[in-house]
Design a protein around this ligand. Structure first.
Ligand SMILES: [Mn+2]
Length: 307
């Protein structure tokens, strides 16, 4: 058996998307993968707890949100919610766990995570992550030296070596940095992790945290995790090759079957279909500043009527 520890943090609003991550991972696991899902939460309703606990391998981990609230600042990123900060305390919350893969709730898992989970880290590395989109700009902003070792990572997918982090008191360092800088952080805990773990993170292939932009229509890449870091698949205006898969898994979850979400699904997919048709018929697509490659992918799919 391949034990794979995954951690998510959620509130009541995101339980449906957390369920989606869990069900997409379980649907695409290898036969000998055994998932364990640790769910960090502070005040989930009994109904949410029941839903999450109905999935294989789920363990709920209560967290006291009062410890984080004073340092939460999402002015730059209004869609970021307080539970994102819980991941800074993973070494102490999951005190019995030596290694965990932290996942955001705005993503789907398309393949087994076994290979990623067993990634070997160097002695001085605490985590394995994928560079964020536009990471050079972030490095400049954070004053990170571009020495071939440093890179600004997206913290939506992080493999953490918790045993090593406990050994070296990394959690304390993360909190010290958060407390003295939270007012000026553009990307809250992602900036904290990037600063404190600078130079001590293994760089992974983008397939493990593939952040596809809106208007992304290619399906040629070998993607393990598709992460929707900008516009979300449940929002109108999301035009992306992963939309069908996202709704496929979401419709398998308890909350995804509700009338409300099914109506939202129809609305989003309907808008998508009409957007593609209108663009094609009135040939307005150059107005949308597609990159040439992306435009070609898009036209190929429109022509094949795959939308
Ligand atoms: Mn995310």
């Amino acid at each position: 058996m391949n034990r794979i520890n995954v951690c998510l943090s959620t509130d009541d609003n995101y339980v449906k998307y957390a369920s989606n991550v869990i069900l997409s991972a379980l649907s695409n696991k290898n036969p000998d993968d055994e998932y364990k899902f640790y769910i960090l939460h502070s005040s989930l309703s009994d109904e949410s707890k029941k839903i999450l606990e109905s999935y294989d391998g789920v363990e709920l981990c209560p967290v006291d949100s009062a410890n984080y609230a004073p340092y939460f600042n999402n002015s730059a990123c209004p869609h970021v919610a307080l539970p994102t900060l819980y991941r800074l305390s993973l070494p102490s919350i999951l005190s019995e766990v030596d290694r965990v893969l932290y996942l955001d709730c705005d993503l789907i898992v398309l393949k087994s995570l076994a290979e990623f989970f067993s990634t070997e880290l160097l002695e001085n590395q605490y985590a394995a992550c994928v560079p964020d989109s536009c990471y050079k700009g972030h490095m400049k902003r954070m004053g990170m030296e571009d020495n071939g070792i440093n890179f600004y990572f997206n913290a939506g997918v992080c493999l953490f070596d918790l045993a090593k982090m406990r050994r070296d008191n990394i959690e304390e360092k993360l909190f010290d940095y958060l407390k003295s800088n939270f007012k000026n952080l553009l990307f809250s805990d992602q900036d904290v992790l990037n600063n404190v773990l600078k130079g001590k993170v293994k760089q992974m292939d983008e397939k493990y945290n593939f952040i596809s932009p809106n208007f992304y229509f290619s399906n040629e890449k070998d993607v393990v995790i598709a992460h929707f870091a900008g516009i979300k698949p449940w929002q109108i205006g999301f035009y992306n090759v992963y939309r069908e898969l996202f709704w496929k898994y979401l419709s398998m979850t308890e909350l995804g079957k509700t009338k409300e979400l099914q109506a939202q699904k129809r609305k989003v997919l309907f808008m998508h279909k009409w957007f593609c048709q209108i663009l094609w018929h009135i040939k307005m697509y150059p107005l949308f500043f597609f990159r040439k490659r992306r435009l070609n992918d898009f036209m190929r799919i429109v022509k094949k009527s795959e939308y």
